[in-house]
Design a protein around this ligand. Structure first.
Ligand SMILES: Cc1cc2nc3c(=O)[nH]c(=O)nc-3n(C[C@H](O)[C@H](O)[C@H](O)COP(=O)(O)OP(=O)(O)OC[C@H]3O[C@@H](n4cnc5c(N)ncnc54)[C@H](O)[C@@H]3O)c2cc1C
Length: 411
């Protein structure tokens, strides 16, 4: 291979690619990033919840463990960006998880049980209802049950009649647009506004850099694909990444009508969240659509407003500022694709609903691999080759059915 132009070429300047580039730079690497629209992908829409508990679902215990590690990395991560925590509106206010009716409350019981707490006896019985404010079984580590009265005394704007509430002290928030912009400002003119067309390889099949849409080539010792739902010829992820679109709203809440906590809830089974920002912005999200439509769904906007108002009636007094829709990079097993895909090629995508949360963890792991080191964090379950056929993977599915949890990782 001719001498590389850089140590690391990164395709994609969303939150993930930007965090990786910043981590590689901090490790002393020469870095180049390419993206025709830096920060314009899923990162542009994201609410910025750093919410390992709130995101916990039946299929994602590994993601919960990763999320807890990542949320603990955040203070150091944001301290390292230009302007620090203030520049990206990083706030460690806890999250309130609410259930509007008895069925919604049972979903909270499920979440609590999944995180290691106990199930309420009443929740286990089919169709059982529980009177509001009844105490529940022990909460999982890091969360606690609140009666609806306690929830409303913490957050007076909540609607009366919330059936159940959990307080997640460890679920925080950040403004992803500002965080990505701050990361990019640290990367400076190493970001080029151009598209990567294909992967360049040498005769032995090693990836040697990227060919750009304008015909130029960037030769790199390591190439990192962090293109979200994008496409680069020659990168085979086994068709694992699909776009899941989300509609999301930005409102402005006047003084006196601002939330302190991030509020996540279910209203007749539909999830909705409200994320306040220090400047009065209130982010209300988000739908999950697989219809491939890149526009904003009118039905989605309607449902989000209706459900947000059901949890926090004063939302009706807010000013409507903007709506947007973007595609989350989702995978069949809900886990990201992070790690080595080929000689000279690293991949970091598939973060679905948790890319902002996981960005510091992914960045640290990829920067370590790019430097030829073992990551401090076990990213084995995130192997980007796990959806390739047996022929390419070398054996039948080599995934550990009970992936090791990521306790004790360096933060
Ligand atoms: C409505 C919504 C709400 C969300 N809320 C949250 C949340 O609260 N918390 C959370 O953790 N996550 C959230 N997410 C998920 C989060 O936004 C994503 O997981 C994350 O932004 C993915 O980051 P990324 O950098 O991989 O992708 P992106 O932000 O999509 O960036 C990919 C970049 O790659 C570029 N690109 C693509 N193809 C090429 C190419 N060929 N050459 C060069 N560049 C290319 C694109 O232009 C883009 O800028 C949300 C997502 C949505 C849609």
């Amino acid at each position: 291979m001719c001498a590389p132009d850089v140590d690391v070429a990164v395709v994609g300047a969303g939150i993930v690619g930007s965090a990786i580039a910043a981590a590689c730079l901090a490790a002393g690497a020469r870095v180049r990033v390419v993206d025709p629209d830096p920060g314009g992908g899923a990162t542009y829409a994201a609410a910025g919840m750093l919410s390992p508990f709130g995101e916990l679902e039946h299929t994602e215990p590994v993601l919960h463990a990763l999320g807890r590690v990542a949320v603990a990395m955040y203070p150091r991560f944001v301290a390292g960006i230009p302007g620090g925590a203030e520049a990206c509106a990083y706030e460690r206010e806890p999250t309130l998880l609410l259930g509007a009716d008895a069925a919604d409350a049972r979903s909270l019981d499920e979440l609590n049980a999944l995180a290691g707490g106990s199930r309420c006896a009443s929740a286990a019985a089919d169709g059982a209802t529980r009177p509001p404010d009844q105490d529940c079984a022990p909460a999982a580590a890091g969360v606690r049950w609140l009666s609806s009265r306690e929830a409303r005394s913490r957050e007076p704007l909540l609607a009366p009649g919330i059936s159940r509430a959990l307080l997640a002290e460890g679920d925080h928030r950040v403004d992803p647009r500002r965080l990505a912009a701050a990361l990019r400002s640290g990367i400076g003119d190493r970001v080029e506004r151009t598209r990567a067309a294909r992967i360049a390889r040498n005769g032995a099949g090693r990836v040697t850099g990227i060919e750009l849409a304008d015909g130029r080539v960037i030769r790199a010792r390591e190439t990192v694909i962090a293109h979200g739902t994008g496409h680069v010829d020659g990168v085979d992820l086994g068709g694992a990444v699909r776009p899941v679109h989300g509609d999301i709203l930005r409102l402005y809440a006047p003084a006196g009508m601002r939330l302190r906590h991030t509020v996540r809830g279910r209203v007749r089974g539909r999830p909705v969240y409200l994320v306040p920002r220090p400047d009065g912005t209130l982010v209300v999200g988000a739908t999950q659509r697989e219809d491939g439509d890149e526009g904003v769904s009118a039905g989605g906007v309607h449902a989000l407003l209706r459900d947000a108002i059901a949890l926090v009636p004063s939302v009706e007094e807010s000013r409507f500022v903007a709506h947007s829709a973007r595609a989350r990079p989702a995978t069949p097993d809900h886990l990201p694709l992070v790690g080595r895909a080929a000689d000279g090629l690293l991949v970091a995508t598939g973060t679905n609903r948790a890319g902002v949360l996981l960005a510091p963890l992914i960045a640290q792991a990829i920067a370590a691999l790019a430097a030829g080191d073992e990551p401090d964090i076990d990213i084995g379950p995130l192997d980007p080759r796990r959806f390739l056929g047996a022929r390419k993977h070398g054996a039948s599915d080599t995934r550990d059915p009970e992936p090791r949890i990521f306790e004790g990782a360096h933060t």
